[in-house]
Ligand binder design. Structure first.
Ligand SMILES: *Cc1c(COP(=O)(O)O)cnc(C)c1O
Length: 423
C-alpha cells in the first residue's frame, strides 16, 4: 500500500521521507542510513531534556508497572493529583486549579470554553468571541484555528468555517536582536484598547502567546506589552488567556514567560515541554475567581468537558519526573548559558539574505527577507549533521536544554555558513 502514512503540513504528491529514525539519545537522532543528526529544534520544541532520559524513562516504566491509564471520571489517582498540585505551586500565584487534556490545541480549546462559560455562569450574556494577536498560532483544531492569524497563518483556507474573532496588531521587531521596530508596543496597545472599548460586550477573553509567538513566524515582543494588556483587559472586563504551550518550561529564559511581565493571567495553558516529548499532555490552569464560578448544584454550572485520556497516568508521571529534573538540575542556568551562546553566534551573522536575527532564552531565529532565503537549508544542515525545519521566512533553533556547548556551536555554525554562502 503506497502512502498509507499521511504526513503533517506536507504536500503528499511524490513525498518519500528518507530520514527514518531508529533511535534517539540525548540531542541526537540516529537514522536508519547510519547518519546521526543533532536535533536543533527538539522535535517541535517539546523534547526539553533530550531523548531517552534515564530518570524520565524510569518514571514511565514504574508507572506502566502500576497502571498506564484509568478514566478520570469518577476515579482518581496520585500522578494526576500530584501533578495538579505541583503545577499550581510552580506557576504564578493565583493559578490554583488545573484541567488536564492531551494536546496543546485541546488545552487551548478548554481555555476558550472555560472563558465563554465563565461569563454565562456569572450571568453575563453575549460574551462568546475572542480578541487575539495577529501572527499568533494556537493549534490546529477548529476552535483555536479561529484565533490564529487569519491571513498569514496556516488556516486561512478555513475562514468561512471558523468563528470570526477580533485581531490585534502585534508589537513587532522590538528588540532582542538586530533589526528595526516595525510596530511599537504603544500602537499595539492602542489597538487592543480600542477593540475592547468597542466590543467588550461580545469578547470573552483576549488571547496571546507571551513574548514569543511561535508557529506564526517567531515574532518576539517585550514583557511591557503583557503588563499593559493585563490592565486593559481588567478595565474592560475581558479575561486574559495566555498560551504558554511553546514558551512554558523555560524557553524564554524564565520558567514561564508571564513571570517577566509580573502578571497573572486568568487562564494559562501548558503543553509541549510539560511532558518532555514523551506523551501528549496539556494543562489548562485558572484562578479561584474562574473556578468558583463553576460551583453550584448539579450540572448546570459544571464544566462539561472530559477527554478520554484526561490525566493519563503515564503522561502525568513523566511530567512530574520532568519538572523534578528541571528543578534539581538548575535548568534556568542551562538556558541562560544557551542564550549567551546563541547571542554570541547568531546576532553577529552579517548576510544580505537576512532581514533580522533574534535571540530570547533558548530560542534563536534567523528571519529571511522571504522564504527563498532558506530554500535548501534543511538538506544543507542535514549534510552537516544538523536537523532543522524552516517555515514561512524563518529558520530557527530551539534546542533541548541539555545540549552542550560544542553541539550548540555546531548548529550555529551551520546556520551562519548557510547565510554567508547565500550572500
Ligand atoms: C504547538 C502549539 C499549540 C498546539 O499544541 P499541539 O500539542 O500541537 O496541539 C498551541 N499553541 C502554541 C503556542 C503552540 O506552540
Amino acid at each position: 500500500m503506497k502512502q498509507a502514512l499521511w504526513y503533517p503540513y506536507a504536500q503528499m504528491r511524490g513525498l518519500e521521507i528518507q530520514n527514518q529514525v531508529v533511535s534517539a539519545n540525548g540531542v541526537r537522532l540516529q537514522l536508519k542510513d547510519q547518519r546521526q543528526l543533532i536535533d536543533a529544534i527538539s522535535s517541535w520544541w517539546c523534547v526539553i531534556h533530550g531523548y531517552n532520559h534515564p530518570k524520565i524513562n524510569k518514571a514511565l516504566q514504574d508507572q506502566a508497572h502500576d497502571f498506564a491509564h484509568v478514566m478520570l471520571g469518577g476515579l482518581t489517582h496520585e500522578p494526576a493529583k500530584r501533578l495538579a498540585k505541583k503545577l499550581a505551586t510552580i506557576t504564578p500565584n493565583g493559578l490554583n486549579h488545573v484541567f488536564f487534556a492531551d494536546s496543546g490545541s485541546v488545552g487551548m480549546e478548554v481555555a476558550m470554553k472555560m472563558a465563554v462559560q465563565y461569563w454565562k455562569n456569572i450571568g453575563v450574556e453575549g460574551k462568546h468571541r475572542f480578541a487575539s494577536l495577529l501572527r499568533g498560532y494556537h493549534g490546529d483544531t477548529t476552535g483555536v484555528m479561529s484565533l490564529g492569524d487569519p491571513e498569514e497563518g496556516m488556516h486561512h483556507l478555513f475562514q468561512g468555517f471558523l468563528t470570526r474573532q477580533f485581531f490585534i496588531k502585534t508589537p513587532e521587531g522590538a528588540g532582542n536582536g538586530k533589526g528595526a521596530i516595525r510596530t511599537p508596543i504603544e500602537v499595539s496597545l492602542t489597538h487592543l484598547r480600542q477593540t475592547l472599548e468597542q466590543h467588550h460586550r461580545e469578547i470573552a477573553a483576549f488571547v496571546c502567546e507571551p513574548l514569543i509567538q511561535g508557529a506564526g513566524g517567531f515574532n518576539f515582543y517585550p514583557p511591557e506589552f503583557l503588563t499593559e494588556a493585563r490592565k486593559i483587559c481588567d478595565e474592560f472586563n475581558v479575561l486574559m488567556i495566555v498560551d504558554e504551550v511553546a514558551t512554558g518550561f523555560g524557553r524564554t529564559g524564565t520558567l514561564f514567560a508571564v513571570e517577566q511581565a509580573n502578571i497573572v493571567p486568568d487562564i494559562m495553558v501548558l503543553a509541549k515541554g510539560l511532558s518532555a516529548g514523551y506523551l501528549g499532555l496539556s494543562a489548562t490552569l485558572t484562578t479561584d475567581k474562574i473556578f468558583d464560578a463553576f460551583l453550584g448544584e448539579g450540572y448546570e454550572k459544571a464544566f462539561m468537558h472530559g477527554p478520554t485520556f484526561m490525566g493519563n497516568a503515564l503522561a502525568c508521571s513523566v511530567s512530574l519526573a520532568s519538572i523534578e529534573v528541571f528543578q534539581q538540575e538548575n535548568y534556568l542556568q542551562k538556558i541562560q548559558r544557551i542564550e549567551n551562546i546563541l547571542r554570541e553566534e547568531l546576532l553577529s551573522i552579517q548576510a544580505n539574505c537576512l532581514r533580522e536575527t533574534r535571540v530570547m532564552g533558548a530560542c534563536g531565529v534567523l528571519e529571511f527577507h522571504d522564504p527563498e532565503g532558506h530554500k535548501g537549508i534543511q538538506e544543507f544542515a542535514a549534510n552537516h549533521g544538523v536537523w532543522l525545519r524552516p517555515f514561512l521566512n524563518v529558520a530557527y533553533t530551539m534546542p533541548a536544554y541539555v545540549m552542550n556547548e560544542e553541539d550548540l556551536r555546531t548548529i550555529c555554525a551551520v546556520m551562519r555558513k548557510w547565510c554567508e554562502q547565500k550572500t
